[in-house]
Write a new protein. Structure first.
Length: 564
């Protein structure tokens, strides 16, 4: 099998040769390094390699070249012929003004990264950057290579999608197989199962789980699905960015912490294809990567993370707060942090519900992006999540159509995403439009759209991704906490007339993130007035632990000292 290629393009022969030799030294065992002087020569090389069905993993092009600069070459030639290849610009140290074409190209997703020349010791800057890019390319092209579980089933079925999404969001390495493929049939024969209950999960040790529920799969993978006995200092309901941050800070400061998440650690943020505006990650990071890092960090500090059951009740018993879970168990704690976030609004259109997981998806559905290769897909929504999903899907789909109810993207979407969407040739935005019906027997086949003048048109569609607004799931708090449109009121929002809410038992006013019940806090998007940004949720998660400490000192240290 031919090795993937690293292509270097630079008209300066000494730089080109040095970079090619440096890359060959580190990556030559696994990649062929090819160098070309001019963009036109490199274009011809790419065309020949395309005919030979060779893989291009990474292209490094110098910014300053005659005839066509590096940005133009990477954007107009490489991205069109090899959209999965990583695109790196070689620049001088004086090329980084904030308004430069380089910064704009990075913002618009036309480049994956840049490398300075001279690069000094390659181990310091060059190799780490290239190594990370190649790791991403391998994961995108071939998967992780590690198969903790194998999932056999129809790739377009709802049950198969549910399991793949669960595994992906919980960062469990897996590989799907069709039961009709040679490998799939071999796995079924080896496991001695008929395949009558698809999808079938085969664990790394060979144990077979026919059509497991998400809870059964979690238990099969030794994920923690039950809380430990005893009294916690903090119980966190919802393990998205706010909840995981609270878990990290609480556990690192010596509190006994348990975080509960019904679906997957990382929450809705874990489904985001790429977070581009998070501080400290100039190239961005995936939602699943952020969730994985935060979960590991919380675990290392000693926090307990429990998945598989949602909260269904909150009780107050003196100084103890009890959270009831969907399996009937109760978890006792001195304080509670509610950080359940919001879920995407259900799309009110005929035919949607039967096709969820079979061409219709709520959220970015990162696991389905590659399956959309060459297909026509639609994204419903006008916020950042919808924009990120559209640009990610555009790397695979032949055409991405964004369906926006309003007249403008810029109302709810960050400017860098608006510009990137305008720059992508295969993304079309249909404003003042809505989906009124989905068609298909077993899988999505067509959509009926209602346009601004009230007329309807039915169009072919192989994928529909719904990312429309959000709604909090806080019905379980009825009669317990004060809310507004389902969002939990905290701090100053509980004092509209300068007085605490009715029934507030303390002489002091509620703390900034404290709810209408002392010792119960809200953080992240579920909180009324939240900024609805991942960074803001992380901020809430860190701040709330300071308030938890203040509450514990107020209600436990004073009690302890008075009794002595």
């Amino acid at each position: 099998m031919s090795k993937p290629i690293l292509l270097v393009v630079d008209d300066e022969s000494d730089v080109r040769q040095a970079l090619a030799e440096t890359l060959e030294k580190r990556y030559g065992a696994d990649y062929d390094v090819v160098s070309k002087r001019l963009p036109k020569d490199a274009k011809s090389e790419l065309e020949q390699l395309k005919k030979q069905d060779r893989d291009i993993a990474l292209v490094v092009a110098d910014y300053h070249m005659p005839g066509m600069n590096g940005i133009e070459f990477l954007r107009d030639e490489v991205q069109n012929m090899y959209p999965e290849a990583k695109r790196v610009l070689l620049i001088d140290w004086l090329d980084t003004s904030p308004n430069s074409a380089i910064a704009q190209a990075m913002t618009l997703g036309q480049l994956d990264y840049y490398i300075f020349k001279p690069w000094g010791l390659p181990e310091e800057r060059l190799y780490p950057a290239v190594g990370e890019l190649l790791s991403e390319w391998v994961r995108t092209k071939h998967g992780s290579g590690l198969e903790v579980v194998r999932v056999i089933g129809d790739s377009r079925s709802r049950a198969m999608y549910t399991l793949k999404d669960f595994l992906h969001r919980n960062n469990i390495p897996f590989k799907p197989y069709s039961p009709k493929s040679k490998q799939g049939r071999h796995l079924l024969d080896e496991a001695r199962v008929s395949g009558s209950r698809f999808p079938i999960v085969i664990r790394f040790d060979g144990k077979v789980f026919p059509n497991p529920s998400k809870l059964e799969l979690a238990n099969a993978l030794a994920m923690k699905t039950q809380a430990d006995a005893g009294l916690y200092d903090v119980v966190i309901v919802g393990a998205g960015p706010a909840g995981l941050t609270a878990a990290v800070y609480g556990a690192s400061e010596g509190l006994r912490v348990a975080a509960f998440e019904a679906e997957a650690l990382g929450g809705q943020a874990g489904t985001t294809s790429l977070i581009r505006n998070y501080l400290g990650f100039p190239r961005g990071l995936t939602g699943s990567d952020l969730a994985r890092r935060a979960t590991e960090q919380a675990w290392l500090f000693g926090a307990t993370a429990v998945i598989g059951h949602k909260a269904v009740g909150l009780e107050i018993d003196g100084r103890t707060r009890m959270v009831t879970l969907s399996d009937g168990s109760k978890v006792k704690s001195r304080t509670v942090v509610i950080s359940t976030g919001v879920a995407y609004n259900l799309l009110e259109a005929k035919g949607i519900e039967p096709l969820v997981g079979a061409g219709v998806f709520y959220g970015a559905a990162v696991t389905e992006a590659q399956a959309m290769g060459g297909k026509k897909v639609f994204v419903v929504g006008g916020g950042n999540s919808a924009g990120q999903a559209a640009t990610h899907l555009a790397d695979y789909a032949s055409k991405v159509t964004m369906i926006v109810r309003g007249g403008s993207l810029s109302t709810k979407m960050s400017e860098f995403l608006v510009r990137e969407i305008k720059d992508r040739d295969n993304i079309v935005v249909k404003r003042n439009t809505k989906v009124v019906q989905a068609h298909g027997e077993q899988y999505l086949e067509r959509l009926t759209l209602q346009e601004s003048d009230g007329s309807e048109v039915t169009v072919p569609a192989q994928g529909l991704f719904i990312l429309t607004g959000g709604r909090p799931h806080t019905e379980w708090l009825d009669g317990t906490l004060e809310r507004e449109d389902g969002l939990i009121l905290t701090g100053p929002d509980l004092l509209p007339e300068g007085k605490p809410p009715e029934g507030w038992p303390l002489e002091r006013d509620p703390y900034p993130l404290e709810t209408s019940v002392p010792g119960v806090f809200a953080a992240g998007d579920v909180r009324y007035g939240a900024a609805q940004r991942i960074a803001a949720a992380v901020g809430d998660g860190s701040i709330v632990i300071r308030l938890v400490h203040r509450y514990l000192r107020e209600h436990y240290e004073k009690s302890s000292s008075s009794s002595s």
